[in-house]
Design a protein around this ligand. Structure first.
Ligand code: ADP
Ligand code: MG
Length: 704
């Protein structure tokens, strides 16, 4: 059976259908088989009419034969009567004073009726049952679990089921790539039965077994890939960066603070890794404000002390500039540093700032004039030669897309045949077990404490009638010499709103700009005419953005209104208020990033949240949770629970595109899969089917 065969080879699939299937990512028979239901309608409790018993609450699936209103002689009330049939027997249904029922229920419709059975001389009857249109209307018998899929316009559940049934007919001799002993040891279903059972389960038990097998496959493949890539990495050669203890100690002694224990341990782990001749692949994770930059600086410096070059990548121009300034402060007396982004071409040479034309800077970098180059993804698109590149640091790695990360990887190979060492940093805290699964080939360092003296940020969800009070509060802070951020609501295209919180993917810059400018007009004219108010949005030219940021840094702006561009990394220690509009639209991890923009000094700081409408239900729960929790770790866990790893960790090498069923909560299966992968990896040649599968898998989008 060829899973790669096009869906057009199936019965009743024409060009129009192929187009529609294409919209939901289905091109091949295999895609169809792996297009899993997102839930099941449970008809297991539905009984036949023949089995009805007096006084019991039952559900009956039946086709409507007749339905009509009449007026009762005695009470003059409207009575609706229907006759329904399950194909074998019929049943009377009656509603009182609900004349509109006949608008909803028509002869020929199939419904599930749920109510209490009452028997009279004429047999059983349902009195005023609730009713729900049956999804699986093609038959009134065979009650069981009916799969429900995400659809696109013009496709119906019924039609998709029809196609999947066809595909399932062909998988009897499907190759099972998981080694037989693994299947037997764990009592897994064979692949074909699991696929059958995930779409059309016999019962709950069959569904659970099918899910278990398919979840295992998802986790196992990611895990096996990690094992193989680690093996592969350890065979590659990287430049050895010797730990220059004296110089690093001197650098640390010049810092205006003492490193935390966590920072020291992380730096030590990184510096030890750099001494190896196989490339490092390490993730430094630490909550917002925990001080990752200085740890990165130590390793960058160490690379240059060995005569090598290093680059540091940031996801935004603002952040790149900030890193440039920090490293300039720390390191410019020892070495030359360049900043290359879409609109910034700067250097410090012999401890002197220099402004360049773009092509001159690129030339200088390629000629080896700079030991450290800081940049954004622009750095990747230029033809830059770094002959002595030994270390690549990526800040806020989750902000880089898969494609960009791939380009970074390509950049760091092919340099004299040596691979550069690779350090990524993230403020999104990752539970260790999840990290080991998703990033199996990454070593992990964690900064798990905050610098001394930091005060807990006070967070408040502000009800709309208290808006003025919040504005007054900000005014007081500004009068005390502090500064404030106002993050504007995302304005979303209407269709993305239905998609419950997937907005981050959809929001559009033009709308963001509009909302920022509007808010700026309002706040600067109506609320704070006497303060210096500025604004910032993603559509501004880089130079302008930079000017605004520098003004804010120097205190020439009191209140900065901005889009989520201030989300990552920005360090303005004097700012003490972060006010977020439309807070319900953001994930908790992202809100935590906003909040992390304040509380970076010993001033008491505040985070004020506003919602577009009065928050209720889940939204309210989430935001209250955020109010009460200052640990990024706890928030990430909550996000993981409610939004899944894809939402939290972005689309980086996470299992997100691969994991349709499995999730971080499947700890038991994760354990089994990790164990199996470790055991099978060295023996891969013994399993040709698995080898073929994992090669395809690695060749897919999953490059790392
Ligand atoms: P993040 O981990 O979010 O990238 P940064 O590296 O931007 O955090 O550091 C946040 C702020 O804390 C910076 O102003 C930095 O200078 C300061 N900082 C870093 N380490 C310490 C420390 N050990 N003690 C006090 N302040 C520190
Ligand atoms: Mg940072």
């Amino acid at each position: 059976m060829d899973l790669e065969k096009s869906v057009s080879t199936l019965n009743k699939v024409g060009v129009a259908v192929v187009k529609k299937l294409d919209k939901i990512g289905i091109h091949t028979i295999g895609d169809l088989l792996y297009y899993f239901p997102f839930r099941y309608d449970d008809y297991q409790g539905v009984v036949g009419i023949k089995e009805l018993q007096e006084g019991k609450l039952v559900s009956v699936k039946a086709k409507v034969e007749l339905i009509a209103n009449r007026r009762s002689f005695k009470t003059r009330k409207i009575i609706t009567e229907a006759l329904v049939s399950d194909g074998n027997n019929s049943l009377r249904i009656i509603w009182f004073n609900q004349p509109y029922v006949i608008k909803n229920i028509k002869p020929g419709d199939v419904f599930i009726f749920t109510g209490v059975v009452k028997t009279d001389m004429l047999g059983p009857q349902l009195i005023a049952p609730s009713y729900e249109r049956a999804i699986d209307a093609e038959n009134t018998s065979h009650p069981k679990l009916v799969p429900i899929y995400f659809l696109t316009a013009g496709l119906s559940q019924k039609y998709l089921r029809f196609l999947i049934k066809q595909a399932l007919l062909e998988i009897n001799n499907l190759k099972d790539y998981i080694p037989t002993e693994v299947i037997e040891e764990n009592d897994f279903l064979p692949l074909n039965l699991a696929l059958q059972g995930i779409h059309f389960p016999e019962d709950n038990n069959d569904l659970a077994n099918s899910q278990k097998r398919l979840k295992f496959d998802e986790i196992f493949l990611v895990q096996l890939k990690s094992e193989l890539s680690r093996k592969n990495r350890l065979q590659q050669k990287a430049p050895k960066i010797v730990f220059k203890e004296n110089e690093i100690k001197e650098l640390v002694s010049q810092l205006p603070f003492v490193l935390t224990k966590s920072q020291k341990i992380s730096a030590w782990e990184i510096l030890k890794d750099l001494e190896k001749t196989s490339p490092m692949n390490r993730l430094l994770s630490g909550d917002v404000g925990s001080g990752k930059t200085v740890v990165a600086a130590m390793s960058l410096y160490c690379a240059t002390l060995n005569g090598f070059q290093a680059i540091m990548m940031a996801p935004t121009e603002i952040l790149a500039k900030q890193h440039f300034q920090s490293l300039e402060r720390l390191l410019s007396k020892y070495l030359n540093i360049a900043l290359l982004t879409r609109s910034q071409f700067l250097g410090v040479v012999n401890n002197q700032p220099v402004e360049y034309k773009k092509k001159d800077l690129i030339k200088g970098v390629s000629e080896g004039q700079f030991s450290i180059v800081i940049g954004t993804h622009t750095l990747l698109s230029e033809k830059i030669i770094l002959n002595k590149l030994a270390l690549v640091v990526i800040d806020e790695q989750h902000r880089f897309g898969v494609k960009q990360r791939k380009m970074i990887k390509e950049k760091i190979t092919g340099l004299n045949g040596l691979m550069a060492h690779f350090l990524s940093m993230t403020a999104t805290p990752i539970p260790r077990s999840l990290a080991l699964t998703l990033y199996g080939d990454l070593d992990l360092s964690t900064i798990d404490e905050m610098p001394l003296g930091r005060k807990t940020i006070t967070t408040r969800l502000v009800e709309s009638h208290n808006r003025q009070k919040a504005y007054d509060f900000i005014a007081e802070q500004v009068k005390k010499g502090r500064q404030a951020f106002v993050v504007c609501p995302l304005i979303l295209p209407a269709d993305s709103l239905q998609n419950d919180n997937k907005e981050a993917v959809f929001f559009d810059l033009a709308n963001e700009k509009k909302s920022v400018v509007k808010e700026f007009e309002y706040l600067s004219k109506k609320i704070y005419p006497n303060f210096k108010v500025g604004y910032l949005h993603g559509k501004m030219p880089g130079k302008e953005k930079d000017e605004i940021m520098q003004k804010f840094k120097k205190g020439e702006i009191d209140i900065l209104i901005s889009t989520s561009v201030v989300e990552v990394g920005v360090d303005i220690p004097n700012a003490s208020v972060m006010m977020v509009e439309g807070a319900e639209r953001f994930g908790l991890a992202q809100l935590h990033q906003f909040r992390g923009r304040v509380g970076r000094s010993d001033h008491q700081s505040y985070c004020l949240l506003f919602t577009t409408n009065e928050a209720r239900g889940n939204t309210l729960d989430r935001l209250i949770f955020f109010e009460k929790n200052n640990s990024g770790f706890k928030l990430a866990e909550k996000d993981l629970d409610t939004r899944g790893p894809g939402e939290v960790y972005g689309d980086l090498q996470s299992g997100q595109e691969v994991w349709k069923l499995a999730g971080p909560m499947d700890s038991e299966i994760i354990k089994i899969a990790r164990f199996a992968a470790a055991r099978i990896a060295p023996l891969l040649n013994k399993y040709p089917n698995l080898k073929e599968k994992i090669n395809d898998f690695i060749l897919g989008n999953h490059w790392e």
